[in-house]
Write a protein that binds this ligand. Structure first.
Ligand SMILES: N[C@@H](CCC(=O)N[C@@H](CS)C(=O)NCC(=O)O)C(=O)O
Length: 229
């Protein structure tokens, strides 16, 4: 059984989508990051970077439990274990890894910082908003160019698409951005139409997400992050 330490954010949704796509049994262990549950000692033993998602697979290598943090590492582990959504030939594997790293090192951080400076930051800093908006748009164009020549990021549907989708789906709220990126639009529509993707995206999605209050702000972006453990 896979225990998924989870909160409904794009990084968490990558894993629920994979688990739904592969019909892998899993149990959700909520980690309320606004309440600071990511700092509980039991969770830090699993995820020392105080970030979700993380998994514990009770049936890990050799039949012993294994804990994994970082969504990209979790996707690689689950793909390898299940033999799904990742090709087995060397060229195909590395194409997937390359686009997975593109998501982890670029799409997640840049889209994430854009969201932070647009919605969470207490003051609106035009330089920061412009910087991360420009980078997010540039990355959307990189994807559009790639998707002009390939149906999915690594050729066939894979964990690279699953990693990108929950981050990029928000571009649909800015339809003018998709007018000039028709291949990205086609890809978003195709992935969004998949039933397991809908199920993965829906896990705990009805949770009320009021604007961040002072306590949540301090937990997520304040002194709490710097306390020695
Ligand atoms: N690179 C990490 C990022 C995970 C991440 O940033 N998780 C956020 C929510 S999306 C989190 O747990 N934040 C808690 C905190 O900042 O204390 C991954 O892909 O797993």
């Amino acid at each position: 059984m896979i225990d998924l330490y989870y909160w409904p954010t794009p990084n968490g949704q990558k894993i629920t989508i994979f688990l739904e796509e592969t019909a892998t049994p899993y149990r959700i262990v909520p980690v309320n990051i606004r309440e600071g549950e990511q700092f509980k000692p039991d969770f830090l033993r699993i995820s020392p970077n105080n970030r979700m998602p993380a998994i514990v697979d009770s049936d890990g290598p050799g039949g012993a439990p294994i804990a994994i943090f970082e969504s990209g590492a979790i996707l690689l582990y689950l793909a390898e274990k299940s033999g799904r959504l990742m090709p087995s030939d060397t060229r195909g594997r590395h194409t997937v890894i390359q686009w997975l790293m593109f998501q982890m090192a670029n799409v997640g951080p840049m889209f994430g910082q854009r969201g932070h400076f647009m919605r969470a930051a207490p003051e609106k800093i035009p330089y920061a908003i412009d910087r991360y908006t420009n980078e997010s748009r540039r990355l959307a164009s990189v994807m559009d160019t790639r998707l002009a020549e390939a149906e999915f990021l690594a050729g066939d549907y894979s964990i690279a698409d699953i990693a990108c989708y929950p981050w990029v789906v928000g571009v649909q709220r800015e339809p003018e951005q998709l007018d000039s990126r028709p291949h990205l639009k086609r890809w978003l529509d195709a992935i969004g139409a998949r039933t397991p993707v809908k199920r993965g995206m829906a896990v705990m999605a009805d949770l009320p997400q009021p604007p961040l209050d002072e306590k949540a702000r301090s937990i997520l972006y304040g002194d709490k992050q710097f306390e020695r453990r």
